[in-house]
Write a protein that binds this ligand. Sequence first.
Ligand code: SF4
Ligand code: SF4
Ligand code: FES
Length: 249
Amino acid sequence: MTYKAKFKVWRGDDKDGGLHDFTVEVNDGEVVLDVVHRLQATQAPDLAVRWNCKAGKCGSCSAEINGMPRLMCMTRMSVFTEDETVTITPLRTFPVIRDLVTDVSFNYEKARQVPVFEPPADLKPGDYRMSQVDVERSQEFRKCIECYLCQNVCHVVRDHEENKKSFSGPRFLMRIAELSMHPLDTRDRRKEAQEEHGLGFCNITKCCTEVCPEHIKITDNALIPMKERVADRKYDPLVWLGSKIARRK
Ligand code: SF4
Ligand code: SF4
Ligand code: FES
């Protein structure tokens, strides 16, 4: 079955832009990205859009569709009614380069600021066997496709450009939590998470979890356990006493 659907697509650059109206053919089984490609092929050849895999795995085609952060290649047209206008806008949290393409380098900068895995210096290959429970704990976080939908939706930076300097966002706080859960990571990441990556800004609204296309439980399984570890370090009287004694020595 084929029908004509109404679209509003944001077009412009970092200085100026607005919503443009289009009517585009839609066929059975298509996703939003198919329609955007048809729009490019038939009416707007210079429309800028970023995509790569068309399979929900490269994380390139992130946009806001009717105000919801989503992957264009994984959003079926069948979730909208035929008479509904579908509005496609670029991710709001990052600067627009052109049309639907944003500059996501904020995320690469934050990624570089997370210190890498630090196993014990004298550990030799074969010295340690991971237990299955430790493997499974971090497996979920490794599913991340770096689409940055979670980074885009988090209110700490979405409307507060000034927080970007001190807040790394859910994707990278999750990475710190993942490293911190690794039994062989020797680095104490709790102070860094709190003081350098802004864990304290997160008030566990779970918006990041809601938009994650990989269904990673970012808040429940990474951010809250990390907050608990930070609280243990700061408020547990035994930990506090231990650190005092260690400092005296
Ligand atoms: S749970 Fe925390 S990191 Fe996730 S969207 Fe809410 S404030 Fe941001
Ligand atoms: S955690 Fe989920 S929403 Fe965030 S970047 Fe990874 S896949 Fe995307
Ligand atoms: S094109 Fe790769 S996730 Fe959509």
